[in-house]
Ligand binder design. Structure first.
Ligand SMILES: [Mn+2]
Length: 311
């Protein structure tokens, strides 16, 4: 199994949690570090020939007016700008970002930064692919549901929908085209999201598709969608795609999730592409479990995404 082809990975903590209705995901970067994230990746790097740096956390803004709508938009914009700038530095140093959230609003900045990077290296027409591994498609908009939590909206914003302040992050939009995106593991989708996925003809594999087709076939189709015709792609991983019996520390536990083994296959599949430009592990809420099972699974999955295999 080859690696994503980078010689230097940088861990970047993004402890933003205002995109969710409850606090908690902001603790994940600290807990994943306590579970020896950097050490495990560095050990893998000794085997595969890459180095790893822990770049620390991007600072998060304090919560503003809780009654403002869309919820915490100003704070989300200011954090997204800071994270996007930080990722620009990371790419500028020739490093590959390994982003640890934080809630899923973090993806608005990570995918925007990757899109900007490809525009810089491949020109303004460069397309960015996206593999979104999640129980939810996160394609809601504050226009349709003013009370939505913004972590339910990143895909919509990356497609150029939603709020202009977020969709236009970095001064361009959209960041991705619907036909360059693939969802894996969906199992909690609201009607309007289902309609948006159909209307935009997006590739989506629900949890029963994973069962029927097998995870390898799903990976082959999904990663083909994100890599063919694109200059690079991002792997965004929401830990709630894993079954809560194995990864319980999530805010929306839903039965029927991927097994840890299936999730590891997805990550190892990602690692075979040299065009992978960034990965992220989001939505771990460590306070929702006693012990560290979910955090440990998250660390192992990141390890797999950097090319980690048992043998
Ligand atoms: Mn999500």
């Amino acid at each position: 199994m080859s690696t994503a082809g980078s010689e230097h990975y940088e861990i970047i903590g993004a402890p933003f949690e205002l995109g969710s209705w409850k606090a908690g995901c902001g603790e994940a970067p600290r807990v994943l570090r306590e579970r020896r994230l950097e050490k495990r990746l560095s050990s893998l790097g000794e085997r595969l020939g890459f180095s790893v740096t822990d770049g620390g956390d991007v600072e998060t803004p304090p919560a503003g007016d809780p009654d403002a709508r869309p919820k915490h938009l100003a704070e989300t914009v200011s954090f997204s700008e800071a994270l996007m700038a930080r990722l620009g530095e990371c790419y500028g140093m020739g490093r590959f970002p390994v982003v640890v959230g934080g809630d899923h609003t973090v993806s608005i900045a990570t995918v925007s930064a990757a899109a900007r990077r490809l525009r810089e290296t491949h020109g303004d027409d460069a397309r960015l692919g996206l593999v979104w591994v999640d129980a939810h498609p996160d394609i809601e908009t504050p226009q349709r549901n003013p009370d939505t939590d913004l972590h339910a909206t990143p895909v919509a914003h990356l497609l150029g929908r939603g709020c202009e302040e977020l969709a236009g992050l970095g001064g361009f939009a959209p960041k991705i085209r619907p036909d360059d995106v693939a969802f894996i593991g969906l199992r909690d989708v609201v009607t309007e999201e289902r309609e948006a996925i159909r209307e935009l003809d997006m590739m989506a594999f629900g949890f029963t598709d994973v069962e029927r087709l097998g995870v390898v076939e799903v990976c082959e189709r999904a990663f083909a969608r994100a890599t063919e015709g694109t200059a690079g792609f991002v792997l965004s991983f929401d830990i709630d795609v894993v079954d809560p019996s194995e990864a319980p520390a999530v805010q929306y536990p839903e039965p029927g999730g991927l097994t840890f083994r299936e999730a590891a296959v997805v990550m190892q599949h990602a690692a075979t592409f040299a065009s992978l430009v960034s990965i992220e592990m989001l939505e771990v809420d460590p306070g929702l479990e006693t012990g560290t099972r979910t955090a440990d699974i998250a660390v192992s999955l990141i390890w797999s995404a950097l090319g980690g295999t048992t043998l």
